[in-house]
Design a protein around this ligand. Structure first.
Ligand code: FES
Length: 108
C-alpha cells in the first residue's frame, strides 16, 4: 500500500469538492459540515460521475437517476423507484503531516 497525498488540510472546508485521478482510480474528496468523505467518483448504478451530486447528512444523491448512497458504507438508500445492488466505493481518508490522502495498492 502506498500513501497518495490529495490535498492540504487547510483547504478543506464546508462545500469543498475536488476530483483526483490516483493509481487508476477516479476519486472524489468532499467536505460537508465537519465531515470529510472520500469516494469513487462513479455511481454504482450506471457509472455517472458524482461530483455534482447532492450531499447531505452523510449521503450523496446521484444527479442522474437520483439514487442515494451512504457516504459511510456506500450502500444504496432506498429513495426512488430505481434499485441498485452495488455499493459506492468509499475510502478511508488518511492523514500525513498537513496532508489528507489515501492508502491504495499501486494498481487497481
Ligand atoms: S447513474 Fe447514478 S443513479 Fe443512475
Amino acid at each position: 500500500m502506498k500513501f497518495y497525498p490529495l490535498e492540504k488540510l487547510h483547504c478543506l472546508q464546508h462545500g469543498y469538492r475536488k476530483t483526483f485521478s490516483v493509481a487508476g482510480r477516479n476519486l472524489l474528496l468532499l467536505q460537508d459540515e465537519d465531515q470529510t468523505y472520500l469516494i469513487e467518483n462513479r455511481c454504482p448504478h450506471q457509472g455517472a460521475p458524482l461530483e455534482k451530486g447532492l450531499v447531505k447528512n452523510g449521503t450523496i444523491v446521484c444527479p442522474y437517476h437520483r439514487l442515494a448512497f451512504s457516504l459511510y458504507d456506500g450502500k444504496h438508500i432506498n429513495n426512488s423507484s430505481y434499485s441498485c445492488q452495488k455499493s459506492l466505493s468509499c475510502y478511508k481518508p488518511r492523514y500525513q503531516d498537513n496532508l489528507i490522502g489515501v492508502l491504495l495498492d499501486e494498481s487497481p
